[in-house]
Ligand binder design. Structure first.
Ligand SMILES: [Zn+2]
Length: 249
């Protein structure tokens, strides 16, 4: 097991349905409560070297199908796509999250740089859209306890995922991606896709993913909505102490 996985297993709690930064809030969240029929689709807007790094088709499918989703935007992406970022933030279906500024390997950067990435992106999003993101998706899914604590200092909870669509992989066929996401999703799952044209087949697979998940009875919600879902503080504390007991072994 790599160090990252060990740290993750110590930090990740599965039932984070308390407001961000309450005493018991976990630093890193991989999924929501398992006893709700809700799934959160998330879309990362990483900066790329492409001329056009906005996947209009992805947004069109989400809008047409009225899918609530969380969009994690890098500060640099927002600066290069100001008008689009503003439109997306104004769309009630979408929740906007923070995806760092330059999209670096955060665990390799010192505290000051990590905070600059997080706070700088918060400021850019706030200034442009009036929204203050509550959630941070680490670039490359790389996070450790130090970065997660720095994120908390910047007012952010780290949101990972328990279902990776694999959409940037050109070796995966659309059929394979759609089937895997629909079959792997559980109650409370957080699924990661891309909306920056990094996903080879994202727009193509989305209609099948959306209808497949809805057929399984899942409501598609934002991360914020997922984490509000009906788990009492008592259950959260109980679950937390069980997790701590298990990981302490
Ligand atoms: Zn990214």
């Amino acid at each position: 097991m790599c160090i990252r996985k060990i740290v993750l297993s110590l930090l990740c709690i599965s039932f984070p349905a308390v407001p961000a930064f309450a005493e018991n809030t976990p630093l890193i969240i991989e999924h929501g409560p398992r006893d709700v029929k809700k799934v959160a689709l998330t879309f990362d807007a990483c900066p790329t070297s492409h001329h056009d790094e906005y996947d209009q088709q992805v947004v069109e499918v989400l809008t047409r199908e009225k899918v609530h989703a969380t969009l994690f935007m890098s500060g640099r992406w927002v600066e290069k796509n100001e008008e689009r970022a503003r439109e997306l933030a104004a769309q009630p279906l979408f929740e906007i999250g923070n995806h760092a500024y330059w999209h670096p390997h955060m665990t390799a950067k010192d505290d000051e740089r990590v905070l600059r990435e997080l706070r700088g992106t918060q400021a850019i999003i706030r200034k442009l859209t009036g929204k203050r993101p509550k959630y941070f998706r680490p670039p490359f899914g790389e996070v450790d306890e130090r970065v997660a604590k720095l994120a908390a200092r910047a007012g952010l909870t780290v949101i990972q995922y328990d279902v990776a669509s694999g959409d940037p992989d050109p070796g995966l066929t659309p059929k394979k991606i759609a089937r895997a996401v629909v079959e792997d999703a559980k109650g409370g799952s957080i699924v990661v896709f891309h909306m920056n044209r990094n996903g080879v087949h994202t727009a193509e697979v989305l209609p099948g993913v959306i209808s497949g998940l809805r057929k399984r009875g899942f409501e598609l919600v934002t991360v914020g909505e997922l984490l509000k879902s009906g788990v009492s503080d008592k259950v959260v504390r109980g679950k937390r102490s069980q997790d701590q007991a298990r990981t302490a072994k």
